[in-house]
Design a binder for this molecule. Structure first.
Ligand SMILES: [Zn+2]
Length: 316
């Protein structure tokens, strides 16, 4: 069946390899059902493959007893062929700055609207599960995305005064375990209540915390070894800095500005998931990152109504 040596290592190889529908199927089956195909509806192993249509028939009597590889994955109900899906996944898993729906539209020959929907579904697959709490040395910071004309001085001033990054901006909190993983999420505000709750639910007590001098971080010293770098004075003091999470912010913002132009607040978390996936797997090579993304397609569905927030439409 599958030979690891023949599996694609580059985008060019992926395009050639996945042009064969059987290669698509075999690649996915090997990852989804390493111990043999089971019915996604009832879990039965008693299934037969109908090669001419590339679907399985479950022998148990129940509705929808025939199923394709797409059933129960982010591909469910999509008329787009797997070669296009897998190339899109390869690109999003591996392109540092992400891919816009316009770029994907031109590359794959699907409509821009389809491309946008594909990208949102792939981002759902890239969404990792936070397992356990961060520990050791953890950098914590917030940043602000979007909004009206940028004015860094005003943004910084407003953060100091109100804990916001200025009008129309979305606050994002990031927590990075040094030499480990990053977590990033949209937060309602940068108040002490919000930031402390996030720190406590994501970082193990006793860990070393590194933050800047923002007042909302004060009071964490009871449960953590909290070290503060005052950016008004300097950016690094030995181990005390937030350069790791700052690096993540710059990657995130480069992608958002360069590739996506504008992202609605409602959708921002998906871009965070995408950038987090690439960052947390930055030491893997392209084929490993793609492989990991493929292992995360199961059990995730996203309808157009869900992805757009019901009636909303988007054009980026
Ligand atoms: Zn079944």
């Amino acid at each position: 069946m599958m030979n690891a040596n023949t599996e694609p290592k580059t985008l060019q190889q992926a395009i050639v390899y996945f042009a064969d529908p059987d290669n698509c199927l075999n690649y996915l089956v090997a990852r989804r059902w390493p111990d043999g195909v089971t019915c996604p509806r009832c879990g039965s192993e008693n299934v037969t493959f109908m090669a001419s249509r590339r679907v399985w028939q479950c022998k148990t009597r129940h509705p929808k007893s025939q199923f394709s590889i797409k059933v129960g994955t982010i591909f469910e109900d999509s008329p787009i062929s797997l070669d296009k899906w897998l190339c899109a996944m390869w690109m999003l898993a591996n392109c540092k700055n992400g891919n816009s729906s316009w770029e994907l539209h031109r590359t794959l020959g699907v409509t821009q609207k389809s491309a946008w929907f594909m990208l949102q579904r792939i981002r759902l697959a890239l969404q990792g599960e936070d397992s356990g709490k961060l520990s050791g040395q953890v950098e914590v910071d917030e940043t602000y995305i979007g909004g009206l004309a940028r004015n860094m001085h005003r943004d910084v001033r407003e953060r100091r005064i109100q804990g916001t990054g200025g009008k129309g901006k979305i606050a994002v909190m990031g927590l990075l375990e040094r030499n480990g993983k990053v977590r990033a999420k949209v937060i309602n505000d940068a108040t002490q209540l919000t930031l402390h709750a996030e720190v406590r639910s994501n970082v193990a007590a006793g860990a070393e915390l590194f933050t800047d001098g923002w007042k909302s971080y004060s009071g964490l010293h009871q449960d953590y070894v909290h070290q503060v770098i005052d950016h008004a004075e300097k950016y690094v003091d030995g181990q005390i800095h937030t350069n790791g999470i700052e690096n993540f912010w710059s990657l995130l913002k480069r992608g958002l500005k360069g590739t996506y132009v504008s992202v609605e607040p409602f959708h921002l978390f998906r871009y965070l998931d995408e950038q987090t996936f690439r960052f947390n797997n930055r030491l893997a090579n392209d084929s490993h990152r793609f492989n990991l993304a493929v292992t995360q397609i199961v059990g995730k569905r996203l309808t157009y109504a869900e992805v757009t927030g019901k009636a909303r439409q988007s054009s980026h």
